[in-house]
Design a protein around this ligand. Sequence first.
Ligand code: IFM
Length: 725
Amino acid sequence: MGATEHPWTVSETGFDASSQHHSETVFTIGNGQHCLRGGFEEGFPGEQTAGFAHRIWDQLPVFGEELAALPRWWGVQLWAGDRPVRLDTGDVDDYRRNLDLRTGVLSRSYRWHGPQQADLALSWQRFIVAGQPSLAVIQLEVQALAPVLLWLRSGLSAAVDNAGLVHWEVAGQQVEAERVELSTRTRSSGIGLAVVAEVRCLGPSGPITATRADEPGAPSLEYRVSLAAGERLLLTKYVALASDLEASAPLPVAREQAGEAVRLGWDGLRAANDAAWAEIWAACDIEIDGDPEAQLAIRFALFQLNIAAPRFTDRASIGAKTLSGLGYRHHVFWDTEIFMLPMFSFTQPELAAGMLRYRWHGLDGARRKAAEAGRRGAQFPWEAASTGDEVTPRWIPDPDHPGRQVPVLSGDREVHVTADIGYAVWQHWQATNDQQFLLDYGAELILSGAQFWASAAVAEPDGHYHLRGVIGPDEYHEVVDDNAFTNQLASWHLHAAGALAAWLAEHQPQHWARLSAELGLNASELALWLEVAAALYVPFEPESGLIEQFAGYFDLDELPPEVQAPGRTVSWQRLLGFEEIQRTRAIKQPDVLMLAHLLPDQFSAEQLRANQDFYDLRTDHEYGSSLGPAISAAVAARVGEVELAYLHFLQAARTDLADVRGNADDGIHGAAAGGLWQAVVFGFAGFELTADGWRIRPQLPRQWRRLVINLTVRGRRERIEIPRP
Ligand code: IFM
């Protein structure tokens, strides 16, 4: 897959059914409201084609909530005589598929040879229109290479499920001469969704009249046409989706929008779409000269983040696997704030602000979580969905022992997410100078999180505050005391909150008076923040300069060399087992080095070097977390290890395009994509904010002849061009 010489196109020149689900993920398209995996309009056995839209949550056992796979709006089936035309039903040649990252248009073509001389050339194109929430369009051109009787069916279907779980019931359907309509409702959450498709079919002698087919839950239009050799047929399907989350009567809205799409036509929609994409790319494009693989990978990462970012609501955010698959049931983790959000804060800050407002809307849930644990303020959920309430499952099926369960402790113990959100708000403020955002939303997020930390840290006789029994970013070690990442970031959060409170009191006294009264903040609470911030224990070895990942980490064994032998295809944890890995120093993803990435000013050059040398070697870069390699690249670049940084960068770049972990079927790894941007911008370009602007300290990989980064810093568009010295 993928790494062509073309800097804007992900291509596939042969179809391999054994990796169809990986391809479906890679060829996902979308518009910041809904996405569609890259399955085929005509279908394929075993496909996991699915579309997902922001906010269409429905309940399910164990995982709480997931986005309901959208009714099948993309289907266009065809038959030559009585034989279905699909990639598995005839001989296929000249197959190719291209995803144009510049415009989000997915095209595919092949020649199909069936029995009895049936011979067709098919060419498909589709896109989900950028710049507006609901429209998508599909076009199929068929050329008969020999005379053929062709049947086509195009419609909508509610017969979809999320890995076997049906979320929809049908509320109504209708078939008109050129239009089909389907109204559905999610079974538990009761969200109403209307989908309308206008279909036009043009044969060699003009429009072809459809026959109506109104099967329950699957209204469709059918066309029958004889084509002589060389003759062509063009079918265009305009689709509109509307839910009752945005419109009280979604069906008329969808009908109106589908009609408008027909009036604009394919070309009009393309023009609108391409213009919207041009704006996105002007804001965030990165050019890498001299390294086609890196160039394509960074644009692919940017494309996937851009299609997943909610552009029409602030009641949603980007899930760990974006909108491109079922992985993690679309739940939102720290992946968003720490890995993906920086790209948006520095390129399209209004989108970042929307995603932070999603957390603000979730404050009630976060407060409930804190209160349930006997704490004050807001404890953000490790996994979030429609509200700010915790939706981390309590257990998941054991991958090694079917029928058994593995307990999941992260919901209770991976508390660092609260500081991660505080950090993201602060970083957004620094990147944008958006004072209104800070006053209206950001301050409450930071201050409520600080209240949580001050109540969660426990003073002990040694004179320190401690956070015991937590999980840090390195999830190979569960239930540890004083995880350095958690404690130091919590301490940073408390300091930042204290500074913010002082700033508000001085510059926005009325606002401060109201907010502090609402949150119950008084002088003793603020004093406690500073006390806890200063005394939170961070295990540290002064002689070596090493931060100890958690209390007792240095007492653990090294990973046995045989486990590290090359050629493995699974993680160290899988090889050693959940229990055994905890007795070793092997780590799943940067933890101390993650801290160094977020808070570089808190590490001297020597300390950074010492920690880099120690921890990088002990990190499971290949099969630990997909979140790790890009951060490892950024940190290695910072210490000047550019070759090593580039290796880590490639590992991150290949996460989904080359499926190096073998799990891209489940969806795009959003954090790896966001991390890739950070590796380029914070790592290789060495970009950082200063009090009055920004500076760069570039360390480009050997192959890179020139790097160009587009950013928006404190309201100013910047095009930063870094030639190779
Ligand atoms: O948030 C991550 C975590 O850091 C590692 N396991 C997967 C989660 C979702 O991507």
